[in-house]
Design a binder for this molecule. Structure first.
Ligand code: FES
Ligand code: FE
Length: 419
């Protein structure tokens, strides 16, 4: 819990923050600020937890720790996704200790109270015969799904999901996320505050030097201060080529907007979600090492020239989807200076490893890019932790989205955002 004094200090600190500059030092490692973030950001809205193909069969589950809470996400007997607080109703013991697994019934390790896959208590040996099982089912957590993506909310009154869920479902439908399977997942512990991971994600100022693979495939590192007209012509030509290819699928691609765009996309509900489809460079049809397709086309695609579909939902998910695979990154804060990241590669559900794709061709592009980013985040955390750190200026050309992220973040913390 955070007392009023902490909150007051933080409000005073927010007031010292200069527009166009990075955050004051305590935002990157202070425990009181971190506790407020958990309450006001991570326990208020909808959090991405997984693609539903990560728990494909009845009884498959995964657990998810956020702050002091552990959440159990489970596929029930009807094939629906449910979420519960991962604790026994007897004396509170943690039920499932593994990050993922499979259960027939959920048996508490302490005294073996047993719950079915709908969370109902169904056995409590040794208790009085009149124990009302109905009263002691697992505590549910709100769940919503869109396009095969599972979200939970820890809020007492979760915000509406339907509107944004429909936006996600419509944009992601051609990609076939709900007809996908996991090809690989890699877990990382990043030695950096979760906001540094987002700040790094929100700009490509660092790309030219740090992401040799990524810049070969994308136009992101060309920003609005690039006066080289040839680049703008290339992008326009690529958009036109993609337009012709995408016509068959009824899709359109755009290039990133420029200027001090608010974050996330103001066209999307509450700024919580942003989705766009953009083009890859000439001769690249997939975000792979050589730009070539490495797995069967996904979803409704009939032509590989679909660019990349990019989605992000705050505060913890972004993904890039090519014609043949999807790469999703999910973040979880694990302390003021630690962030857990899971990077998941999806392919079409019928694709067979060894026959239709190999991990050797599928993984390197985003594995390298991700790990390059985590190194940068760690170096940022190390430097910011020094007593010599002072907030630094952001480029309006290349870091407008970092500024937009910081504004979004501070908005979540300010009292006016409380309701
Ligand atoms: Fe779970 Fe006793 S604490 S059965
Ligand atoms: Fe990067």
């Amino acid at each position: 819990m955070v007392d009023g004094m902490d909150r007051g200090k933080i409000e005073a600190l927010i007031a010292t923050r200069q527009t166009g500059f990075t955050l004051p030092q305590p935002f990157y490692f202070d425990r009181a600020i971190y506790a407020i973030e958990i309450e006001q950001i991570w326990r208020t809205g909808w959090l991405f937890v997984a693609h539903d193909c990560e728990i494909p069969s009845v009884g498959d589950y995964l657990t998810w720790d956020i702050g002091d809470d552990s959440i159990l996400i489970l596929r029930d007997d009807e094939g629906e996704i449910r979420a519960f607080h991962n604790l026994c109703r007897h004396r509170g013991t943690r039920l499932c200790s593994q990050p993922q697994g499979h259960v027939g019934r959920i048996v508490c390790p302490y005294h073996q109270w047993t719950y079915d896959r709908s969370g109902q208590l169904c056995s409590a040996r040794g208790m009085e015969a009149d124990l009302n099982f109905e009263e002691w089912s697992l505590i549910p957590v709100a769940v919503a799904t869109a396009a095969g993506m599972i979200y939970i909310s820890l809020a007492d009154n979760p915000p509406p999901f339907d509107g944004v869920g429909k936006q996600i479902a419509a944009a992601a439908a051609p990609q076939g996320l709900n007809r996908a399977k996991v090809a690989c997942a890699i877990d990382y512990e990043i030695e950096a505050n979760w906001k540094l991971v987002w700040e790094n994600n929100r700009e490509c100022y660092h790309c030219n030097v740090n992401h040799p693979q990524y810049i070969r495939a994308n136009f992101d590192h060309f920003n609005e201060d690039d006066t080289n007209g040839a680049i703008q012509t290339r992008i326009a030509q690529q958009l036109q080529r993609n337009k012709e290819h995408l016509a068959a699928t009824g899709l359109t691609a755009t290039h990133q907007s420029t200027g001090m765009a608010s974050f996330p996309d103001p066209e999307n509900v509450d700024g919580w979600c942003a989705i766009n489809r953009t083009v890859l460079v000439e001769d690249y049809i997939s975000e792979t090492m050589d730009g070539q397709q490495v797995a069967p086309l996904m979803g409704d695609y009939v032509d590989p020239h679909v660019g990349t579909l990019r989605m992000r939902t705050m505060p913890n998910m972004w993904n890039h989807s090519s014609c043949d695979h999807v790469v999703t990154t999910r973040l979880l804060p694990a302390g003021p200076d630690r962030t857990l990241a899971r990077v998941v590669w999806l392919v079409d559900q019928d694709a067979v490893e060894g026959r239709d794709f190999t991990l050797e061709r599928l993984l390197p592009f985003w594995q390298l890019t991700s790990e390059q980013d985590w190194d940068l985040c760690r170096a940022a955390q190390q430097g910011i932790s020094s007593r010599a750190y002072r907030p630094g200026p952001l480029s309006t050309y290349k870091e407008w989205n970092v500024e937009a992220f910081i504004c979004w973040y501070l908005e979540q913390l300010t009292p006016s955002s409380e309701s």
